[in-house]
Design a protein around this ligand. Structure first.
Ligand SMILES: N[C@@H](CCC(=O)N[C@@H](CS)C(=O)NCC(=O)O)C(=O)O
Length: 216
């Protein structure tokens, strides 16, 4: 049994997209992005109260990078991993975990723009700084894109970084990065990505949150 615990438009979308790419059967448990994650029964499963959580092979995995590595090793026939000894192994691992470098800034911006809903709680300086630092991570993707994909062919690295860029696009305009934008359009046209999108409301009420604005 494989069971993914998921909230729409969060890092667990990375694991969901990857499971759809692999094409394996799994159960999906969707939660609202609220205190439900910090209460029972979810708290017993993931005491930190975060998503994703993946139950697989009697294990409980709670880190999206570890989940990507585990799933690619467990289902090598999907061809989305790069096994030890492969000439792209190091680059694959680095991109898988670079998704988190992107997402730490998106998480800070989500806290500022979405979670802290009263203006006096927010900091324009933090918003601007985090948006600049987020843009810098996207510039790294822009320069790292030598091919149609992050590596010589589509892999879990595109899923992890692609999902991080999807969230980042709520705070930084992607159009300023032409190679990244073309790659993002390419990978998000995939049916597995489309299936991982929320049907209704997700975490973000708006498509874009300008960093310099405090809402009225
Ligand atoms: N390093 C973890 C981070 C997981 C994480 O922080 N997820 C966020 C959603 S994007 C979350 O569940 N936040 C809930 C909270 O902070 O209360 C991973 O990559 O899976």
């Amino acid at each position: 049994m494989i069971r993914l615990h998921h909230c729409h438009q969060t890092r667990s979308m990375r694991s969901l997209w990857l499971l759809y790419e692999i094409g394996v059967d799994f159960e999906l448990q969707v939660y609202p992005f609220d205190k439900t994650l910090r209460e029972e029964p979810y708290r017993s499963l993931n005491p930190t109260g975060r998503v994703p959580t993946l139950e697989i092979d009697g294990l409980t995995l709670t880190e999206s990078g570890a989940i990507a590595e585990y799933l690619c090793e467990r289902f090598p026939e999907a061809g989305l991993g790069r096994e030890p000894g492969h000439n792209e192994r190091g680059a694959w691992l680095n991109w898988i975990h670079f998704a988190e470098t992107i997402s730490q800034h998106t998480a800070a911006l989500t806290q500022q723009h979405v979670a802290l809903y009263e203006d006096h709680m927010r900091s324009p300086i933090v918003m601007q700084l985090e948006a600049k630092r987020l843009a810098k991570t996207l510039a790294t993707v822009e320069t790292g894109l030598a091919n149609d994909f992050l590596l010589s062919s589509f892999s879990a690295a595109d899923v992890g970084v692609g999902q991080a860029v999807y969230m980042a696009g709520h705070f930084v305009k992607l159009e300023q990065f032409p190679k990244l934008s073309a790659w993002f359009d390419r990978i998000t046209a995939r049916p597995a990505y489309q299936k991982a999108l929320p049907e209704g409301a997700g975490l973000y009420a708006k498509d874009f949150y300008p960093p310099w604005e405090i809402s009225a």
